[in-house]
Design a protein around this ligand. Structure first.
Ligand code: SAM
Length: 347
């Protein structure tokens, strides 16, 4: 069955996000268009971004191309188990500030949401959300969400390894926070995060003093032994079984997401424990690599496997014992940076 999918950005304002959406679509062999209600074309630089494909409301509300709205709204189905309504569809994501406009939400054949567990960060970067939606909707596997009484106790530790761009790093940290990680390891060998003038750092530090839901970013290196029983290295170019067949859950597990861009990757054999590999299936894996997109799909799959609490069941008190946070702290190479969730929304 040949499926035709177009990704549509509705009211996206930031040209860099529009470019990232085009890359997300390309990763899955999908077309990409924008309903421009917020001045995207005016801000667009065709020389740097390529041709911008615009679509109007009439063409969008077309019965031949049923709309799947990707939005965290009440009553939306969870994206993990969702499938496309037919052989062709428009998958719509919304603008950075206002999301999908009401007319398209009303016209949608179905609405899907990506479950969020974060305190203080409850949305993903728009392109990261699009990549997760495309991955689960187009896989057609209908991977159901798991249910778990204490999902927190099954959460693996997370190491973001050598992102090569600070926006990609920031977006990946935002995704981690939104999926509920409160501590994230970061190998910043490419020097894109720590000590970099990010413009928003000062504002973030000021906000951090008054905020309780901070995300701890711990400096780590990917070159030496890390004290975990299992290490799973996951990505789009990693040679391993499909990620949904590899167990990513467990507090004795470290999930490593390397930047698989052009420069060489570290050898993972020195990390200690048993090193397993896992690969996300993309239609066009070698082109259009972008760290935030691959990293967010890997985190979504880890969140799916870690589990959701059954509806209506209260959060159970945590049990004592080693947590991923305490284990990560023992292998950190320096003190944590505490990042305010409000800062992460800029990525
Ligand atoms: C940054 S969000 C929009 C912000 C949102 N209106 C708010 O509450 O602040 C941009 C777009 O990304 C997509 N998105 C982000 N997180 C999502 C999630 N958890 N589930 C589904 N869609 C999501 C949606 O399409 C959304 O319109």
């Amino acid at each position: 069955m040949t499926r035709r999918v177009r990704l549509v950005g509705d009211g996206v304002e930031n040209p860099a996000n529009a470019r990232a959406l085009m890359d997300a679509a390309a990763m899955f062999g999908a077309a990409c268009a924008f309903r421009d209600t917020r001045g995207l074309l005016a801000a667009w630089d065709a020389e740097r971004g390529g041709e911008l494909d615009l679509i109007d409301t009439n063409s969008l509300i077309d019965q031949q191309w049923p709309i799947v709205a990707v939005e965290n709204t009440l009553g939306a189905s969870i994206v993990f188990g969702a499938t496309l309504p037919g052989t062709q569809a428009s998958i719509v994501v919304g603008g950075e500030r206002l999301g999908i406009r009401a007319d398209l939400l009303r016209a949608a054949a179905r609405t899907v949401s990506i479950p969020m567990f974060g305190r203080g960060v409850n949305t993903l970067n728009v392109a990261a959300a699009a990549a997760v939606a495309l991955y689960y909707l187009m896989a057609g596997r209908g991977l159901a969400p798991r249910l778990a009484r204490r999902p927190e106790e099954r959460r693996p530790a997370l190491l973001l390894s050598r992102p090569k761009d600070h926006v990609e790093a920031g977006s990946a940290i935002r995704s981690a926070a939104a999926f509920g990680w409160r501590t994230v390891g970061l190998d910043d060998s490419s020097r894109v995060w720590y000590g970099v003038n990010r413009g928003v750092t000062a504002e973030g530090r000021a906000a951090a003093r008054s905020h309780r839901n901070l995300i701890r970013v711990l400096p780590m290196t990917t070159g030496s032994k890390l004290a975990f029983r299992r290490i799973v290295v996951a990505g789009a170019r990693i040679d391993g079984p499909p990620i949904h067949r590899v167990n990513l859950a467990g507090r004795d597990t470290l999930l490593v997401i390397p930047d698989e861009g052009e420069a060489g990757m570290p050898s993972f054999n020195s990390l200690g424990g048993s090193v397993e590999r896992a690969r996300i299936d993309l239609s066009v894996p070698t082109l259009h690599y972008r760290y935030r997109l691959v990293a967010t799909i890997v985190m979504a799959e880890a969140a799916r496997q870690t589990g959701l609490r059954p509806a209506g069941q209260p959060r159970l008190p945590g049990r004592r014992g080693l947590t991923y946070e305490s284990t990560l702290s023992t292998v950190a190479t320096g003190g944590a940076e505490e990042v305010d969730p409000a800062v992460l929304k800029a990525y």
